[in-house]
Design a binder for this molecule. Structure first.
Ligand SMILES: [Mg+2]
Length: 216
């Protein structure tokens, strides 16, 4: 793995298996605000983006702003369900045990959300001090800013970084940053991650793919 210096993990859907919960919470909230949205609508349209991006997409079509407490409502409902339902993505703890490269987290979620979810599944201590949020930069995914910031803070050149992502926005952000991108097709259909350098369907494939990419 000589070529790579840093492995950047997305959080939601890659470390913590939060997307089934988060997309149901978002769909229910938007529907309650008068913008009917199914779970699959939410996966297809919003997965991997920020809540600001949800506002930017919904408000022009709805013809009025979403409530001022939209973000608070979302986090309140999400955290309540995470406490009892959230698990780590299958196989990711074992993959982290075996990676012999520096790692970090770069997530569209807020810092409190990232910390809360990682602590709930027991992965927080592995990344403490190496967690980067869309809150830290002006433009979130699909812009490259967050990944470039994570690389800079870690002292690695972008072309020495590998990004693990489960959303089209995240894949786009990683490629725009000039990084190698591994797409994880967990909840997201693989064909929506086709811009990634490789796509894996299970975390058991992560280490073999890192080795293969490093040697090509
Ligand atoms: Mg994700």
């Amino acid at each position: 793995m000589a070529r790579f210096e840093l492995v950047i993990f997305d959080n939601d859907g890659v470390l913590v298996d939060s997307e089934p919960i988060a997309n149901q919470v978002l769909a229910d909230l938007l529907t309650g605000y008068g913008w009917p949205t199914t779970f699959q609508d939410s996966v297809n349209t919003y997965l991997g983006g920020t809540l600001q991006h949800v506002r930017d997409l919904v408000e022009p079509q709805l013809g009025r702003p979403l409530p001022a407490d939209f973000e608070d409502q979302y986090h309140e409902r999400l955290f309540a369900r995470i406490e009892t339902e959230l698990t780590a993505v299958p196989g990711v703890a074992d993959a982290l045990d075996r990676i012999d490269l520096p790692t970090c987290v770069a997530s569209s979620g807020s810092h409190p959300r990232i910390e809360r979810t990682l602590k709930t599944v027991g992965l927080y201590d592995r990344f403490a001090g190496r967690i980067f949020s869309a809150d830290d930069v002006t433009r979130g995914k699909p812009f490259p800013d967050l990944f470039l910031y994570a690389a800079e803070q870690s002292g690695s050149a972008p072309d020495r970084c590998v990004v693990i992502e489960d959303s089209p926005y995240g894949v786009a952000a990683g490629k725009a940053a000039g990084m190698t991108v591994i797409g994880y097709a967990g909840v997201t259909p693989a064909d929506r991650l086709q811009d990634a350098d490789v796509i894996i369907a299970a975390m058991t494939e992560l280490l073999p793919e890192l080795d293969r990419l490093a040697s090509r």
